[in-house]
Design a protein around this ligand. Structure first.
Ligand code: SF4
Ligand code: FES
Length: 244
């Protein structure tokens, strides 16, 4: 039984896939699992930010009912299922939909090997897109002197929105539109990144889990094959969550 660095206390523990896990008051199921070193797949959750609950990759069964592990509060005695064939199949389908909705050409992406979408897809055993590719036409924004914005890879996790608003205090990004038309937007009169005060040192410029917000002139500093998820699958890096 793995209880991380916290003592198990029956009044403050729940089961995840049959294993007792401790939690702290206010923890979500995903927070408690992460602290105990247990992997629950996720994309839009990040330990430094308030949960957003939008990607649904972290969907688990809580006492038999579906819930997002990043938003459902941990409580004593909960029976949480996560690593099941059924839930992983749903996760794989969601991932396949994300891959065909954008333009994700992993071999030519600077984030390959360091991308949470790609790493999670490998983890869920995704071997192909399954659905027909949309191939949307989304021009990149290369207007900023230091930062490139490639909208083709955006998974709408809103981490950059939260980071810019809540940490940097700049509100550079927003999500706009509805349904299939939902898009990442730049908050400037022109809609161009050059007309914002985004800086390379901003949290928003560093938080993107995929290859949308990239520093210019720094391509492939770490060779393919030596990157974070080349070394170990995402499920074995739970305690490093939040580190770049
Ligand atoms: Fe998330 Fe990156 Fe898209 Fe921002 S640009 S919403 S951080 S995927
Ligand atoms: Fe929970 Fe995205 S990680 S909904």
């Amino acid at each position: 039984m793995s209880a991380g660095r916290y003592e198990l206390d029956g009044s403050r523990s729940f089961t995840l896939d049959g294993e007792d896990l401790p939690f702290q008051p206010g923890d979500s199921v995903l927070q408690a699992a992460t602290r105990a070193g247990r992997y629950i797949p996720h994309l839009c959750w990040h330990p430094d930010f308030k949960a957003h609950g939008s990607c649904r990759i972290c969907t688990v069964k809580v006492n038999g009912r579906s819930a997002a592990a990043c938003t459902v509060q941990a409580a004593a005695g909960l029976d949480v299922e996560s690593n099941t064939e059924e839930l992983n199949a749903h996760r794989k389908t969601l991932l396949q939909m994300l891959f065909v909705e954008g333009n994700h050409f992993c071999p030519s992406c600077e984030k390959s090997g360091h991308c949470l979408l790609q790493a999670t897809a490998y983890e869920m055993g995704m071997e192909g897109p399954h659905f027909e590719e949309f191939y949307p036409d989304r021009p990149v924004d290369a207007s900023h002197p230091d930062i490139l914005l490639d909208f083709n890879r955006c998974i709408l996790c809103e981490l950059c929105v939260r980071a810019s608003r809540d940490v940097d205090g700049k509100n550079v990004f927003a999500i706009g539109g509805h349904g299939m038309g939902t898009r990442l937007l730049v908050n400037s009169a022109s809609g161009r990144l050059a007309d914002t005060d985004l800086a390379l040192a901003d949290r928003a410029a560093q938080v993107c889990p995929v290859g949308v917000i990239l520093p210019k002139r720094r391509g492939f500093v770490v060779p393919i094959g030596q990157r974070r998820y080349d070394a170990k699958p995402v499920s074995e890096q739970v305690q490093d969550e939040g580190t770049p």
